[in-house]
Design a protein around this ligand. Structure first.
Ligand code: SF4
Ligand code: SF4
Ligand code: FES
Length: 358
């Protein structure tokens, strides 16, 4: 039997077929059901530490409890995700976790778009009997312009350190200390600006609680926000982003995990791919220098006439190679094809290039 051969299992009574090299969590997701996964990010694989994804499994008349992110599926397995004891178990785990962190209504309100897994778990399991509060984790003073680090909300899931080391491969943050004294730390003085941090933002996007957040996202304003899938306008790679807006103004961007870039972004895509849209210095009309050397607003007709005149003058006086043509990575292939055709056959120069090449 090949690893990819399908086997039959049941999730909460729903029969599904799944390759035998998959995990129980894959089967739960395939059956469109859900368990909380506070330490899991598929980009870095299972850690099995938070135990929130525990499920009941019946196999060959034996019942056991397994972490669904680590356990593999087996033929004829029956999986139960929401038995009474599992619901009570997850509620108690959340009560224990809440005794270690600072979490209030404001935390709930501020985690509407990103970092909302913990909030969703709190909303679903409604923890009530909090254990005695432990000392919150040490505060960090880090004046970088992009990432807010509020370890009052850190549940020590270590998704941030794993994504930084294994996915971004920057190794900018690590775990220091043990138990409740453990904290996320960056070499040497715990300031990201002085570390290997590339400000890719992956740690923000994997953090399930909002302990790490994007300083440039105005999430504290209680307005309805929408997300629109698009492509980062910077370099030629074209990573997927989701623009966040309140219907009037673009407020920020988050990675689009469904794009081929799988959520990876660089510092520009993460923190700057959108804010020029709101810039007062953005050009919205064609400008032409007057005889005093100052820019003046002109109509599009005048701009095109001026362009044609100058282009013709340059070609007539100095030949077609006196011109250079820049195509764009942000337009469709057909438009780039037309521009190179125009440069080569109408103008007569091979001076055509594209920012995708840089
Ligand atoms: S922004 Fe990227 S490089 Fe910096 S700490 Fe987070 S994951 Fe690591
Ligand atoms: S900062 Fe966030 S991702 Fe990192 S360990 Fe704490 S809760 Fe987990
Ligand atoms: S998600 Fe499975 S143990 Fe945390």
């Amino acid at each position: 039997m090949l690893k990819t051969d399908l086997i039959k299992i049941q999730v909460n009574g729903t029969p599904i077929s799944i390759p035998q090299d998959k995990r129980v969590l894959d089967a739960i997701n395939l059956s469109e059901q859900k368990v909380p996964t506070l330490c899991f990010d598929e980009r870095i694989g299972p850690q099995g530490t938070c135990r929130m994804c525990l499920v009941e499994v019946k196999l060959k008349q034996q019942v056991s409890y397994v972490a669904s992110c680590t356990a593999m599926v087996e033929e004829n397995m029956e999986v139960f995700t929401h038995s009474d004891s599992l619901i009570e178990y997850r509620k108690t785990l959340l009560e224990l976790t809440l005794s270690e962190i600072k979490w209030d209504q404001k935390s709930m309100d501020n985690t509407t778009l990103t970092n909302n897994e913990f909030k969703m778990a709190v909303e679903e399991y409604k923890p009530t009997n909090f254990f005695p509060k432990l000392q919150p984790r040490e505060k960090v003073k880090d004046e970088n312009p992009f990432i807010s680090r509020d370890y009052d909300k850190c549940i020590a899931c270590y998704r941030c350190t794993n994504i930084c080391n294994d996915w971004e491969q920057a190794s900018a943050i690590t775990i220091d200390g043990r138990g409740q004294d453990s904290k996320i730390f960056s070499f040497f003085d715990n300031k990201l600006m002085n570390s290997n941090c590339t400000f890719c933002g992956q740690c923000i996007n994997t953090c399930p609680t909002g302990a790490l957040s994007n300083k440039k996202l105005e999430l504290d304003k209680p307005v309805e926000k929408t997300k629109t899938k698009t492509v980062c306008p910077y370099c030629g790679v074209g990573c997927g982003i989701e623009l966040i807006s309140d219907g009037k103004k673009v407020l920020g961007a988050t990675p689009d995990f469904s794009a081929p870039s799988k959520g990876s972004l660089c510092v520009k895509g993460q923190f700057a791919s959108w804010d020029f849209v709101n810039s007062k210095e953005r050009l919205t009309d064609p400008l032409l220098k007057n005889k005093h050397g100052e820019f003046e607003k002109i109509s599009w007709e005048k701009a095109l006439d001026t362009f044609r005149e100058k282009l013709k003058g340059s070609i007539d006086n100095y030949g077609p190679d006196s011109t250079v043509w820049w195509a764009s990575a942000r337009v469709v292939t057909e438009s780039n094809y037309l521009l190179q055709k125009f440069a080569r056959t109408v103008v007569g120069t091979n001076n055509i290039d594209n920012c995708s090449r840089t």
